[in-house]
Write a new protein. Structure first.
Length: 257
């Protein structure tokens, strides 16, 4: 039985993780997630945004399953694809669709790292996030030491990885770890509506904008600007853009957004 449920709300594909009692992420579940993402990456016609959320009250992804980590430490591979963590993180980061982590409650360790691989993170008022691995004698192993400092700055990223401190939603938003904090009551519906602000736009433009941002940040500015220019020209030449551009008229008769 899968621990992930896929549902569509218009152009927003929602993947909900439910693994009682505390939504610990094991290798089997991460393999399932990677497979879902692989399939969704091909569904660019009916999925403009992919949203991840938790199906157990108070949890997004609590953290990695420590039983799996104990097996790995003993040289025993747990059930599931050992490459799935890396594969899922790369898909969240690089698949055509923007990916949104909708966090209602705990997102520690591997849960926080999963959210870091997403394009955007939104949380409920009770969301709390952190990389507490040092407390049990390990370090983040799913991208936390690399993506977190790049997102919030090297000093804050280092402090969170070195101290293992967990932060609440307000602080996460203040440092740029969360894009938005939404009400806890009815959070999933609020999150879907938030994602619809992106999904309502032409998919080809959304995908191009994500690609420009994600890939551009890996490049020197000059090369990033070249990439942006190439993507702009491709988008502007599309039949959809031509039709929309022709239809846009301001009250004074001029054309423009």
């Amino acid at each position: 039985m899968s621990n992930w449920e896929l549902a569509f709300h218009g152009q927003v594909a929602v993947l909900t993780f439910t693994r009682p009692p505390r939504n610990l992420m094991d290798m089997v579940s991460m393999t399932e997630l990677a497979d879902h993402l692989d399939a969704l990456a091909e569904r660019t016609d009916d999925a403009t945004v992919v949203m991840l959320t938790g199906g157990i009250d108070g949890f997004f992804i609590a953290h990695a399953d420590l039983d799996d980590l104990a097996k790995i430490a003993q040289g025993v591979m747990p059930e599931g694809d050992p490459r799935s963590w890396g594969r899922a993180m790369q898909l969240l980061e690089n698949m055509p669709q923007p990916t949104v982590a909708a966090i209602d409650g705990q997102a520690w360790g591997g849960g926080c790292e999963t959210s870091l691989a997403c394009t955007i993170r939104i949380g409920s008022e009770r969301a709390h996030m952190g990389q507490p691995e040092v407390a049990i004698g390990i370090i983040p192993g799913g991208g936390g030491t690399q993506r977190l400092p790049r997102l919030v700055g090297s000093a804050i990223g280092a402090e969170l990885c070195l101290s293992g401190r967990v932060i609440d939603a307000a602080e996460a938003k203040r440092i740029g770890l969360l894009n938005e904090v939404l009400p806890t009551d009815g959070f999933v519906q609020h999150a879907i509506e938030w994602c619809e602000r992106i999904a309502r736009h032409p998919a080809h433009a959304v995908f191009a904008a994500k690609k420009a941002v994600v890939e551009g940040l890996r490049l020197p500015l000059h090369d990033g600007l070249r990439l942006e220019g190439q993507l702009f020209l491709t988008a502007n030449a599309s039949d959809d853009a031509k039709a929309r551009n022709a239809a846009v008229r301001q009250p004074d008769g001029s054309r423009g957004i």
